[in-house]
Design a protein around this ligand. Structure first.
Ligand SMILES: [Zn+2]
Ligand SMILES: [Zn+2]
Length: 180
C-alpha cells in the first residue's frame, strides 16, 4: 500500500470521524491539525445528552416540509462537524490558532466564519458545493487568503451514505453539492 501524503492522511481520518455523524441531512466529519498533529475532531449531530437527529431529536431535520427552504435554520439543533471540532478544542483548552481544518464537506457560511475568527489558517475540504450567496462566501474565502481554501480529493466509498437526505436542510444552508 502506498504511503499517503499528509493531506490524504488527514482527510482519510476526517472520513473515519464522519462515520459517527448522526444527522438526517448530510453527514460530515472534521479534524483540526497543527504541525502534523490532530488537536481536535468533530462530526455533526444534536448536542450531547439530547436525542439524536436520526431518532427525531432535531425538529427541523425531522420535518423539512414544515420549514421554508432557506429559513428556520437558526432553530436546527444539529451542531456542524466543524463547529464541534472548534468547540471541543474550546472545551478542553486546546489552542488552535494557525491550524488547518480538514472537513469532508466544504464548510457552510457559519462554520467558515467561525473558523476564521478562531484563527484557523487553512481550510481543506473534500466535497465541494456552490453557495447561493457567493459574494458573501467569497469574501470569507478571500479573508482566509490565497491558496488557503483548498479541495483535497480522496476516494470516498461512503459518499452516497454521507449525502443523506440531500434536501431542504442543505438547501437552507445554500449548499448545492456539485461533485457528489
Ligand atoms: Zn440533523
Ligand atoms: Zn457548517
Amino acid at each position: 500500500m502506498a504511503r499517503p501524503d499528509p493531506d490524504s492522511y488527514f482527510m482519510g481520518i476526517a472520513l473515519a470521524v464522519r462515520a459517527r455523524a448522526n444527522c438526517t441531512g448530510r453527514r460530515v466529519g472534521a479534524i483540526i491539525v497543527r504541525d502534523y498533529r490532530i488537536l481536535s475532531t468533530g462530526y455533526n449531530g444534536t448536542p450531547s445528552k439530547m436525542r439524536n437527529c436520526e431518532d427525531g431529536g432535531c425538529h427541523r431535520c425531522a420535518h423539512p416540509d414544515r420549514y421554508t427552504s432557506g429559513e428556520g435554520y437558526d432553530v436546527c439543533v444539529c451542531v456542524h462537524a466543524e463547529q464541534n471540532a472548534l468547540l471541543a478544542a474550546a472545551r478542553f483548552g486546546v489552542a488552535i490558532e494557525g491550524c488547518t481544518l480538514y472537513t469532508t464537506l466544504q464548510p457552510c457560511f457559519g462554520c467558515l466564519k467561525e473558523a476564521l475568527q478562531a484563527s484557523v489558517a487553512e481550510v481543506c475540504y473534500l466535497h465541494a458545493w456552490q453557495s447561493r450567496f457567493r459574494e458573501q462566501y467569497d469574501a470569507l474565502v478571500e479573508r482566509l487568503g490565497a491558496g488557503r481554501f483548498r479541495r483535497v480529493a480522496v476516494d470516498d466509498p461512503a459518499a452516497v451514505w454521507a449525502a443523506g437526505r440531500a434536501g431542504d436542510v442543505e438547501r437552507a444552508l445554500g449548499h448545492e453539492v456539485l461533485d457528489g
